[in-house]
Write a protein that binds this ligand. Structure first.
Ligand SMILES: Cc1cc2nc3c(=O)[nH]c(=O)nc-3n(C[C@H](O)[C@H](O)[C@H](O)COP(=O)(O)O)c2cc1C
Length: 132
């Protein structure tokens, strides 16, 4: 009988390596932030650079708000803040801006990663989309 993935990942080193390989090789952009009033980026993958033009190193410690600008829909951002404060998963679309100022439509989801009932980090999956 094959082992379940849970069993294989009981080895914590292998668990971390598998998650890192997933994040580093994802076609979608991935951001992880701390859980504060002004979330700061703890991790960005290579696909984040491909999507936005910002390298992971230059965004560490910064806020994902660097992606926002004049045409970003504030009602979406208010919904995001309310959803995250309630400990729930957010999904939405809004105009964001690449490092060179090019606007694009971002489709993203932010998931609270919890230990018990407390959220330890927020994890975002992001991609460019063409439809609202
Ligand atoms: C993990 C995570 C990823 C985020 N990614 C984006 C994003 O891709 N685009 C965006 O416009 N805002 C994003 N945000 C939202 C901003 O960081 C910020 O939380 C939001 O603007 C609310 O703060 P404010 O009320 O000070 O504007 C993200 C937030 C978190 C926690």
């Amino acid at each position: 009988m094959i082992k379940s993935l849970d069993k294989v990942l009981q080895d914590s080193k292998l668990n971390i390596r598998t998650l890192k390989a997933l994040a580093e090789n994802s076609f979608d952009s991935i951001l992880i932030t701390d859980v504060t009033n002004r979330p700061k980026i703890l991790y960005a993958n290579k696909a984040f650079k491909k999507l936005t033009g910002y390298s992971p190193a230059e965004v560490l410690g910064k806020t994902p708000k660097i992606l926002q600008g004049a045409a970003t829909d504030k009602t979406v951002i208010t919904r995001l803040s309310k959803t995250l404060s309630a400990g729930r998963t957010f999904e939405g679309k809004a105009i964001n801006y690449k490092k060179d100022g090019t606007p694009f439509l971002m489709h993203w989801r932010v998931v609270p990663v919890k230990l018990g009932k407390d959220t330890s980090v927020w994890l975002a999956i992001q991609r460019e989309t063409s439809s609202i």
